[in-house]
Design a protein around this ligand. Structure first.
Ligand SMILES: Nc1ncnc2c1ncn2[C@@H]1O[C@H](COP(=O)(O)OP(=O)(O)OP(=O)(O)O)[C@@H](O)[C@H]1O
Ligand SMILES: [Mg+2]
Length: 224
């Protein structure tokens, strides 16, 4: 039997979050997980923008997991620079603590959040700032991992989405991105095969921990 699938738009997805957040006191945290290159950052920004347009003020902000990448200097010192992007190359405890802080801080209190610069290839401390936003959209590969400190993330999410993309599409996107970022075609292929796709396979196992599994479909998304 074919699984039942529902088409939806970014506006409808944002409305779902609005309804859920309206019924909750304190900050509402939406998590968007999925393999590398799935379009998580794009979806998170889209949801934030829809929420803010509907509210007429800055009601939501993105809190990227990527802001908790260890710095290149830290990774070099550990001999782990080539493994950058794997689950243990992040400050997972810092990420969990910051999510907790966002949930517990009263509105109006400033909470800085690190972002990640794709130009510098480094985290940017305080790249985002929360104060009166009542909705947090956190996004990254490992939000739904059930290993080590990562397992502390899921209980801090009021709702979790998994963005699913077929492997061949991810591979093509990541290759393109690495080459654009200055790698040779050979280096790009090696990074995708030896690192990115291993991370992607690890993340695929976390799909079942999401409330909603989404796939890009036409101009919107499809709920699987
Ligand atoms: N819906 C989409 N359709 C086509 N291309 C897309 C879509 N969403 C994102 N992309 C492209 O795919 C690439 C990855 O998108 P994005 O940066 O949002 O993914 P990501 O899941 O955040 O990746 P990462 O895990 O590396 O941070 C980008 O080049 C982006 O332009
Ligand atoms: Mg991203």
């Amino acid at each position: 039997m074919r699984p039942h699938r529902v088409e939806t738009s970014l506006a409808e997805l944002a409305a779902r979050i609005r309804r859920r957040a309206d019924g909750q006191s304190g900050r509402f945290v939406l998590g968007v997980a999925g393999p590398p290159g799935a379009g998580k950052s794009t979806l998170a920004r889209g949801i934030r923008d829809e929420l803010n347009i509907a509210a007429g003020h800055a009601r939501a902000e993105v809190a990227p997991m990527d802001g908790f990448h260890l710095t290149n200097a830290q990774l070099r010192a550990m001999g782990d620079l080539a493994r950058k992007g794997e689950p243990d190359t992040f400050d997972t405890a810092g990420y969990v603590e910051s999510l907790r802080l966002l949930r517990e801080s009263p509105l109006g209190v400033t909470v800085p959040w690190p972002t990640y610069s794709r130009e510098l290839h480094e985290p940017v401390p305080g790249g985002a700032v929360f104060d009166r936003q009542t909705i947090v959209v956190t996004e990254g590969n490992y939000l739904l991992l059930d290993e080590g400190k990562w397992a502390d993330v899921r209980p801090l999410l009021d709702e979790a989405w998994y963005l699913d993309v077929p492997r061949p599409i991810i591979e093509k996107r990541l290759l393109r991105r690495h080459i654009r970022g200055g790698r040779t075609a050979g280096d790009a292929r090696a990074k995708v095969e030896n690192s990115d796709m291993l991370n992607a396979r690890l993340v695929e196992h976390t799909r079942s921990r999401a409330d909603l599994v989404l796939r890009k479909y036409g101009t919107g998304y499809r709920i699987d």
